[in-house]
Write a protein that binds this ligand. Structure first.
Ligand code: ZN
Length: 122
């Protein structure tokens, strides 16, 4: 049985139809789901997302992350939190920043109509 293949739109090489990125030119494929933290998360999914995007082992990325947090004195932890804030938890989902923005919009766009001005007597 032959595996299903697709043609990379960037380098025109034949690649697996399940590939998120072309193994030849590293181009993200059009059928790849949008970047998200959904798969195989342990804490917030940022390390798993980075591992998936870079085609690395999630455990390796997590070990590197812990080492970098220790060495950087928390700077990398700030980058982790920033990445968590701007990436959606599921494909085509809303990031925490987007959800907060929508919540703020909801606060200031009340559903009630503005008070009617009484007609001024002429
Ligand atoms: Zn390619």
């Amino acid at each position: 049985m032959e595996a299903e293949t697709q043609v990379c739109p960037v380098c025109a090489m034949s690649i697996s139809s399940h590939a998120l990125r072309c193994p030849h030119c590293r181009a993200r494929q059009p059928n790849a789901p949008p970047i998200n933290r959904g798969s195989s998360k342990q804490v917030a999914g940022v390390c798993a997302m980075i591992a998936e995007e870079l085609s690395l082992d999630p455990t390796l990325v997590r070990v590197l992350f812990v080492c970098l947090v220790t060495v950087s004195g928390g700077l990398v932890l700030g980058a982790y939190i920033l990445l968590w804030l701007v990436t959606p938890p599921v494909p085509n989902g809303l990031s925490p920043v987007s959800r907060f923005s929508r919540w703020i919009d909801g606060l200031f766009s009340s559903s009630s109509t503005p008070p009617q001005q009484p007609a001024s007597p002429s």
